[in-house]
Design a binder for this molecule. Structure first.
Ligand code: BES
Ligand code: MN
Ligand code: ZN
Length: 493
């Protein structure tokens, strides 16, 4: 998809014109750039359709007198309640309407009022993001595709100064959004396709961009004493692996490490899952975010060293499965009693992070994981949970998330949560004795494996396979959560 910023009057021919309006400007919308007949067609449409301008309202009209055969009227809601999130939802609705009406080229206009209120840079970043995300759908296994690809989107900005500011940010915003869509693909494919072999092969594709890819196979994991990831993966026919993607520019002064939970499927193990097991094909969404982010890193070439690390395995069942009450020694020497085999993500991350700390000594480490149902109970489908051992790092993550248009929320790491992860038999237990504070306890468990490294843990269980559908999230698909936040961090935000 080609996205460009334009200014002045509508240029060239276009299949569709979309106009975005706040609800208080419906009476006399100022639409410079469109000819008289087109403006009047929009005005008639507003009157005839009883369009109210709500931010979720989209009306499509077919006309023959206007400058394009398809006219789309999109509400932005009230100006007082404006958020970038609403703008993105609205732009997502526009691109969906265009796609389902077989529109190849789309021109998006907003009123002058809009321009005077909002920065061109953020508007362009938000629209680019929403248009790329809203256009995405998952149809790999369908013979009949729905709708039609929109190949060109022109964003009209009132003044040439605004157009210039927009033009400067669109290419990068598009790279971020495409990385986000890539993560959605990985998370939505089923586990018989996205295997640990598949994750390894996808990582290896980055080698041609100068990213060094190393894979720790079972034999090396055994030699290194990474017994927690080995335990989780031992009943699966898929080999467990730690996959390391190393982007190391020569002049780099700092290293940031991203560590993703890559459970290609999580049936719970012997503590087998009783609900929504099928959604656990998306239990590698942390790994998907890391892979997506590393693609963007290859493209954007930040100054710092960026490590993308994936703990990949399957939590399966069989005579060889690890059991509740088993005790294993982690890479860092801590002994862990298995309280629950379904609390497997923290085991995989524990070994992987302890290894990354020991081997690479990053200045910052961020793990991304579909770690707990408890995080989803706390925040619903609408924000991911951030834990950190440093106030400064926590703020850095939240700021990056905001810039990336991703919702994240800070959570506590009080020492009592750590106390609740102690075992009577070993040093640690991977599960608490009851359900309370499950997301915080999981984070406290991870903290035992990062030493003094500045670290944040992002639990993306809330949004990674959302139980809600909207213009930016098709039903029953993975969301690519945290991908863009990681890229912003890599770029040094
Ligand atoms: N992958 C799940 C967490 C999850 C649940 C992600 C729902 C997305 C949606 C994780 O491995 C898990 O099973 N966690 C358990 C931990 C418990 C046994 C301590 C949970 O949250 O129930
Ligand atoms: Mn589990
Ligand atoms: Zn899991």
């Amino acid at each position: 998809m080609k996205i460009s910023a334009l200014t002045g009057a509508l240029k060239g021919r276009t299949d569709a014109i979309a106009v975005c309006l706040f609800e208080d400007e419906l009476k006399s919308p100022k639409l410079s750039g469109l000819d008289r007949r087109t403006v009047s067609a929009f005005q008639k449409l507003i009157a005839a359709s009883r369009f109210s301008g709500k931010h979720s309202e989209t009306t499509v009209h077919f006309s023959d007198g206007a400058q394009a055969p398809v006219l789309v009227l999109q509400g932005l809601g009230s100006r007082r309640d404006f958020t970038w999130h609403r703008l993105r939802q609205s732009a997502g609705a526009v691109i969906r309407a265009a796609k389902s009406n077989e529109v190849g080229t789309l021109s998006i206009f907003s009123s002058e009022q809009f321009a005077s209120d909002l920065s061109a840079e953020n508007t362009a970043r938000a629209l680019t993001d929403a248009v790329v995300l809203g256009h995405w759908g998952f149809e790999h296994y369908k013979s009949k595709k729905k709708g039609h690809a929109v190949s060109q989107v022109s964003l009209y900005f009132g003044t040439s100064a605004r157009q210039k500011a927009a033009t400067a940010v669109i290419p990068q915003a598009q790279i971020l959004a495409e990385a986000h869509n890539l993560a959605r693909e990985y998370g939505t494919h089923p586990a018989n396709v996205v295997t640990t072999d598949y994750l390894k092969a996808e990582a290896k594709k980055l080698a041609r961009f100068g990213i060094k890819v190393t894979v720790l196979e079972r034999a090396q994991l055994e030699k290194l004493g990474m017994n927690l990831i080995l335990a989780v993966g031992q009943a699966s026919v898929m080999p467990p692996r730690v996959i390391i993607m190393d982007y190391a520019p020569r002049a780099a002064k700092k290293t940031v490490a991203f560590v993703g939970k890559g459970l290609v499927f999580d049936n719970g193990g012997l503590n087998i899952k009783v609900a929504k097991m099928e959604e656990m094909k998306s239990d590698m969404c942390g790994a998907a975010a890391v892979l997506g982010a590393m693609h963007a890193v290859a493209n954007l070439k930040p100054k710092q060293r960026v490590l993308g690390v994936i703990g990949a395995c399957e939590n399966a069942i069989g005579g060889n499965a690890f059991r509740p009450s088993d005790v294993y020694t982690a890479y860092n020497g801590k002994t862990v009693e298995i309280g629950n085999t379904d609390a497997e993500g923290r085991l995989v991350l524990a070994d992987t992070m302890a290894y990354v700390v020991d081997k690479y000594k990053p200045n910052l480490m961020v793990d991304i994981a579909t770690l707990t149902g408890a995080a989803k109970i706390a925040l619903g489908n609408h924000a991911d949970a951030v834990f950190s051992n440093s106030e400064h790092v926590s703020k850095q993550i939240l700021d990056s998330a905001e810039r990336a248009f991703e919702r994240m929320w800070p959570m506590p790491l009080y020492e009592e949560y750590g106390d609740e992860m102690k075992s009577t038999t070993a040093m640690l237990n991977n599960a608490g004795k009851d359900r309370w504070g499950g997301a915080c306890r999981a984070a406290a468990f991870l903290k035992e494996f990062v030493g003094t490294t500045p670290w944040a843990h992002i639990d993306i269980a809330p949004t990674s396979f959302p139980a809600v559908t909207n213009s930016l999230n098709p039903p029953r698909t993975a969301n690519g959560s945290a991908t863009k936040t990681l890229i912003e961090l890599a770029m040094g935000a």
